[in-house]
Ligand binder design. Structure first.
Ligand code: HEM
Length: 379
């Protein structure tokens, strides 16, 4: 065979008709050979084109395939992907109305605050619940984290670090769970923290549902994953804080930003043993914690209500009405931490931006979201 002057889709074909190529009628065999060549050449061009699209513009390749799917040949694939999509849509439909959940959570917190009538509330405790659900995560083996909602069960429910969270925060959320049974405990506990931040003037926290619930605490990580407030010295305490938060995958800036949540709520002598609020407005999310850290004079607490203080070592301001934990003071005793404390004290917007990012990251640690990345987003 030799190259012929005939062209097929821009390709010169190999002539099957030998010499008398253009004078003889082609035989059936000749036509067959030409046809095979044409088909192969056509396929070659098409797949080269696909390859080009794949490397240069995968999106358009998907669109092309989607168009091709409309032919009968791709009907099964089309049916399968429709089912897949339908499943996603059904999942999204099944997802609970978070606005309604938010209202129910706020209702619970507000009616509880009314009953208390002393200016304290569950807002801070909800933030702590969300943080303690998530703060058990380890990036080394991907264990722990908020998925599973395991704080309902032993051992986590009985850890000293979680004192008060089951009896107070989780219990308060039971009516919300009863009202929205389709929402997992794991989603509810983390979302309660988000709602508490947002409803008290804090930044918007990106949040998504999709955490499933475990049926017991058998996959809980070992105790000791949440931070202690005091390791005996500033040096040991800040090393401990770093060890704990680095294990989760946070850096120094994120550690300081997250600690700003101590603007909210207070310490309880019957839970941690410590006493008092960090700020003058414990139900308002702000950068006051950082401002007080740099502006107030913090000294070891020695008395409480006129009697010697018998609780664990903590700090108080000159007026004695506000407190700091040794782990809080460690943030201004370390130059790298202090840099961020000062930045957040000066710029609340910066703090809000950084807190929002870090808190959202915290709540998602180790969570294998079912529908987080719908199939059509892989492309
Ligand atoms: C070095 C790290 C931390 C230590 C040692 C620490 C320690 C503590 C302690 C001892 C309490 C008092 C608990 C009680 O008596 O009820 C507390 C409360 C609280 N913590 Fe932290 N914490 C740390 C980090 C965080 C983070 C990262 C968050 C949130 C992002 C957070 C949010 C809170 C809140 C809102 C409260 C108030 C709870 C309430 O009002 O019931 N903490 N923390």
């Amino acid at each position: 065979m030799r190259l012929c002057n005939e062209m097929y889709l821009g390709m010169r074909i190999w002539c099957p008709r030998k010499r008398s190529c253009h004078t003889r009628q082609p035989t059936l065999w000749n036509l067959f050979v030409v046809d095979i060549q044409g088909t192969l050449w056509y396929q070659y061009q098409v797949y080269t084109f696909y390859l080009f699209l794949f490397f240069h513009n995968p999106q358009s390749l998907v669109m092309l395939f989607t168009l091709r799917q409309s032919t009968l040949r791709y009907a099964p694939a089309l049916a399968a992907s429709s089912l897949w999509l339908a499943n996603d849509v059904a999942y999204a439909r099944e997802a609970v109305d978070l606005q309604k959940v938010r209202e129910a959570i706020v209702d619970v917190i507000e009616s509880d605050a009314e009953k208390r009538g002393d200016g304290t509330s569950l807002y801070g405790t909800m933030i702590r619940l969300a943080w303690h659900c998530s703060g058990t995560y380890s990036k080394h083996d991907h264990s722990g984290g908020s998925a599973g909602g395991r704080m309902r069960f032993a051992p986590e429910a009985t850890w000293e670090a979680n004192a008060g969270l089951k009896a107070v925060a989780q219990k308060a959320l039971e009516p919300v769970k009863a009202k929205f049974p389709e929402l997992s405990y794991a989603d509810l506990y983390t979302y309660a923290g988000v709602v508490a931040v947002e409803e008290t003037g804090g930044p918007k926290i990106p949040f998504r549902v999709g955490r499933s619930d475990d049926t017991d605490g058998s996959t809980s990580p070992p105790d000791g994953r949440l931070p202690d407030a005091d390791k005996g010295s500033h040096v040991a305490t800040r090393q401990h804080i770093r060890d704990i938060f680095y294990r989760m995958g946070f850096n120094d800036q994120e550690i300081v930003a997250l600690s700003g949540a101590h603007a909210m709520g207070r310490c309880h002598t019957d839970r941690s043993g410590y006493w008092g609020p960090w700020t003058n407005a414990e139900n308002t999310f702000s950068n006051e914690y950082f401002r007080l850290l740099v502006e107030e004079r913090w000294s070891p607490k020695v008395t409480h209500n006129g009697k010697p203080w018998e609780g664990p070592d903590q700090y108080e301001n000159a007026a004695g009405n506000l407190m700091m934990l040794p782990s809080d003071i460690a943030l201004i005793a370390d130059p790298e931490f202090k840099k961020w404390v000062e930045a957040y004290a000066k710029d609340e917007n910066l703090f809000f931006r950084h807190f929002s990012k870090a808190f959202s990251k915290l709540l998602e640690l180790g969570v294998p979201f079912k529908s987080a990345d719908p199939w059509y987003k892989f492309w």
